[in-house]
Design a protein around this ligand. Structure first.
Ligand code: GAR
Length: 212
């Protein structure tokens, strides 16, 4: 039986779209059962509705604390019978207790080759640092921001002519491959965690390389 996935979003939802598209394949081991946005009227909600996936808006601004906001999301995910949670451009910090409640079952996509460039403005910072390779990472979520065992990483070259926007576009293309792959591996039970490392039973062990 397919695993049920809840996706948390805050915006455009192109990674959500990549997951929705992947899940259309009858052989994909997971289905998107619920999409939750903390921001009303974002495009990600339209994408979910178009795919026939139930959506909920849980506006963080309506809650007195992070704890109560996270508890509302937790209840919605559990009511929907979700097995795994994907953060897809979800731009809120999560409380330790929420994260611990989904330990080993919640993943995030981040637009850098972690542990480099945690946080925001990753493409600007990669260009400023002069790195030759940049990319994206899908990792299990732990209470520390942009930390946690790495499942899949995809690398792209940084070109001398790159602006943050051109680099972001090249990375985003890889995000849309890396995220469905990571969810597939997790839902198929091909990920085991050994301390801070995830051991991924897949060709290449979860590495996607895209030299151009
Ligand atoms: C993506 O690039 C994702 O990696 C990034 O936000 C963008 C969301 O785009 N996530 C983070 O920065 C999380 N710290 P999308 O809404 O089109 O998927």
């Amino acid at each position: 039986m397919k695993k049920k996935v809840g996706v948390l979003v805050s915006g455009r939802g192109s990674n959500l779209q990549a997951l929705l598209d992947a899940a259309k394949d009858p052989a994909f081991p997971a289905e998107i059962a619920l999409v939750i946005s903390n921001i009303p009227d974002v495009f990600a909600l339209e994408r979910a509705a178009k795919a026939g996936v139930p959506t909920q808006v849980i506006p963080h601004k309506g809650f007195p604390s992070r704890e109560t906001f996270d508890a509302a999301m937790d209840a919605a995910l559990r009511d929907a019978g979700v097995d795994f949670v994907c953060l897809a451009g979800f731009m809120r910090l999560l409380t330790k207790s929420f994260v611990e409640g989904w330990q080993g079952r919640m993943i995030n996509i981040h637009p850098s080759l972690l542990p480099s460039f945690k946080g925001l403005h990753t493409h600007e910072r990669a260009i400023e640092a002069g790195v030759k390779l940049h990319g994206c990472s899908v990792h299990l979520v732990t209470p520390e921001l942009d930390d946690g065992p790495l499942l899949v990483q995809a690398a792209v070259p940084v070109l001398a002519t790159d602006t943050p926007d051109t680099l972001a576009a090249r990375v985003l293309e890889q995000e849309h491959k890396a995220y469905p792959l990571a969810l597939k591996l997790l839902a198929e039970g091909k990920v085991t965690v050994d301390g801070v490392r995830a051991v991924v039973d897949a060709p290449g062990g979860g590495a996607l390389v895209n030299p151009q």
